[in-house]
Design a protein around this ligand. Sequence first.
Ligand SMILES: NC(=O)c1ccc[n+]([C@@H]2O[C@H](COP(=O)([O-])OP(=O)(O)OC[C@H]3O[C@@H](n4cnc5c(N)ncnc54)[C@H](O)[C@@H]3O)[C@@H](O)[C@H]2O)c1
Length: 489
Amino acid sequence: MTDRPRTVALLGGGVIGGGWAARFALNGVDVRLYDPAPEAERLVDEVLSNARRALRRLTLAPLPAEGAVTLAAAVEEAVDGVDFVQESAPEREGLKRDLLAAASRAAPRDAVIATSTSGLLPTRLQADMAHPERFTVGHPFNPVYLLPLVELCGGELTAGETLERAAAVYRSVGMRPLTLRREIDAFVADRLLEALWREALWLVAEDIATVEEVDDAIRFGAGLRWACMGPFLTYRIAGGTAGMKHFMAQFGPTLKLPWTKLMDVPELTRELLDTIVAQSEAQADGRDVRELERLRDDCLVSMIQGLRTHDYAAGAVLGDYERSLFAAAPATRDGPDEAPLRLYATVVAPEWIDYNGHAHESRYLQVFGDTTDALLRHIGVDLDAGSSYFTVESHLSHLGQARAGDRLRTTTQVLGHDAKRLHVFHSLYRTDDDALIATAEQMLLHVDTTTDRASAADPALLERIERIARAHADLPRPERAGRAIGIPQ
Ligand SMILES: NC(=O)c1ccc[n+]([C@@H]2O[C@H](COP(=O)([O-])OP(=O)(O)OC[C@H]3O[C@@H](n4cnc5c(N)ncnc54)[C@H](O)[C@@H]3O)[C@@H](O)[C@H]2O)c1
């Protein structure tokens, strides 16, 4: 996390600039944003609130405290003293060149300056800059706060070190940089997307498919596959046991058939534009863009989390990112042992609320599970060394209600332990009035995760637990500890 800048300057706060603001701020980076549009602040706030919602669903890893987003009145004010600048102004070469030149004169000499351009050549964009060697393309994908890919492409004057520094910054906020080997218009991803987009427009222009049918053709088939396999691995698999050689022999010749209209663009007549707009509106079915973004984000979150279970593609990026967040979370284990321990705090998210207007009962177990995770980090459980504790029994008591927006905190008391077992009692409080709203008594079993069998914890871990148990020895035994469920006769 050391590559994470303290403050970044963003030039342009539209769809992409707003997404960058969210990506950086939610990763603990302060953002100074310059955008001359009067409604920029409101739009960025809207993107930020969708992004917070998406990230809360994506990961339970401890994100750093949110960075501040402040508006700057001029380019010079935005870039003053920052380590990193990301330009996301409209895709017009002249405008970008002027903006980048102004930023380069005012920013610190060694600040990396990146552009979000979708396809303009970096050699041309850096032409008027002071110290153009610290300039690179950093082309992201919408929504920037969820999709990990960012394409890097240097121009003729870009230093190799700039590409490495920019990649490290993007990695530090959970992204997956892809550095181009050579400068080309539109880079790699937009070359591919443009080819598909041209064909899609032809299919609608010639009334072969509606916009909905084109979308269906992707989302029910190839789109699902691309998220994990990409085109080459897809076709390697399609070649069967004989592999790519067989695939190319079978389908290579079809490339010569006149299937594609790739270099012809359908004329964007009034009639075609009206058709596309009308069909797209019908497809949106009255949902506004923020609502559609939330639907898109929820689906992306589910897909990325699904891929994480396979430690593959975007899911592997999420897994690495979460591990780095856990590693960077402030270590609590070196301080004195509180009695009881206070290791976890959270806020009741709107989606926790059920039809009764309070948090669904499953969320209490989630909060206690997160508290147990915090305890395991506190005592120094090393997952990489094959050591973990699994919860083998939980006893929840529900004593009060939690509503959306309530701040919650938990405490943890160690009730007992031996070489393999750890007996704990968690209490959940509403922070604002200190009301006790739930408790959980749990038995945890030490497991060797290389064999998935119960095993004795190593002596260093037992020593840590012993220290905490000594600090907790004088605490009164919680009233609800050891209770069984039943109707007294
Ligand atoms: N939309 C996408 O899917 C996408 C994806 C990747 C990259 N990009 C690239 O990102 C950049 C921004 O695209 P967008 O979709 O966010 O556009 P947008 O129109 O939503 O936002 C552009 C913003 O720049 C502001 N602006 C105008 N002049 C400015 C100036 N002189 N200084 C600072 N800000 C100024 C505008 O007020 C606006 O808020 C473009 O280069 C685009 O190619 C877009």
